[in-house]
Ligand binder design. Sequence first.
Ligand code: PLP
Length: 381
Amino acid sequence: MIYLDHNATTPLHPRVLEAMLPYLRERWGNPSSPHRVGHQARTAVEHARGRIAEHLACAPAELVFCASGTEADNLALRGVAHALRARGDHIVTSAIEHHAVLHTCRALEAGGLRVTYLPVSPAGLVEPRALEASLDAGTTLVSVMHANNETGVLQPLEEIAAITRRRGVVLHTDAVQTAGKLPLRLAELGADLVTLSAHKLYGPKGAAALYVREGTPLSPVTTGGAQERGLRAGTEDVAAIVGFAEAVALACEDLAHEGARLRALRDRLERELVAAVPGTRIHGALAPRVPNTASLGFPGVDGESVVLGLDLQGICASTGSACSTGEPEPSHVLRAMGCSPREAQGAVRLSLGRETREEDVAAVVRALADTVERLRRISSA
Ligand code: PLP
């Protein structure tokens, strides 16, 4: 099997599993319990928080553990919207956000808030001047993702942060697809709120975090216990949090080397596909991108048929976001970048990872060329 869907999820790294096992077996305490079993669990959670904070350059108290990136996005958006409701009623986001952000914005709109969905350029970039022009006296929050999950395109976050800082607006960024792929120093990123998710960086599902810069107004969205400084009620998943910290440490150990290796493999894959499959298009190629992602377009074929054809040959790819699988609508990201519905329907995403090797590239190029040619023959017959 060749797995090229690392933007959907990554395999658990053996070192992460090792770190987690004691907390699934003998150290099963509730971190809020007042006895030694509880203290052991609390120590593990706080140790994990400290490790993540150290690797990602923020204060431990600025990390709120959640169960998923989706939950952290919800906390950021709903939490700021609620905390600043008396000050304003307007949120600015982009048309290419993950559904965790877009669907939350739709829900907030249904509750009476105003939301501006910024367009992107054909390269997939938000235009900072357009963003600034969209702010009004009622704007409380801007949410623009760091890297897009379908194309890998990186947004000009520094420029955006300079604007929101100047205008006194809270900035959230969803960095689920950059953590573990690029060096990330949270306190210097410019955003007040940053979403991270463990299962995209060889950690377990069930652990994520929202970085909350000290002093950022935020209301909880779950009610219950006082865990996570009252911002996220619910007993912590100790094993998953311990695994999350191990995964972050692991990613930071060889980030530069692994990033360069993946970029070289991804670039070779794209070059060889362009040469082997007539009409191949690379979405977002003109913008800065994370090193592991290739969003490809093959005119005349349906992306879903390509993905099925690859699966039959032992290659796991996707048409875009795993969360959108089964949706009849073509990718909202590619549509926002100016692709026609047919073009967007033809998209295939290949996202490389730690286990991807040189020989996989040749095998994938061969399989894709065969599959696309066969599908084109069938559709023209
Ligand atoms: N944001 C982005 C950019 C993502 O790619 C994903 C997952 O695909 C999420 C949020 C949701 O994260 P989770 O799967 O941890 O809920």
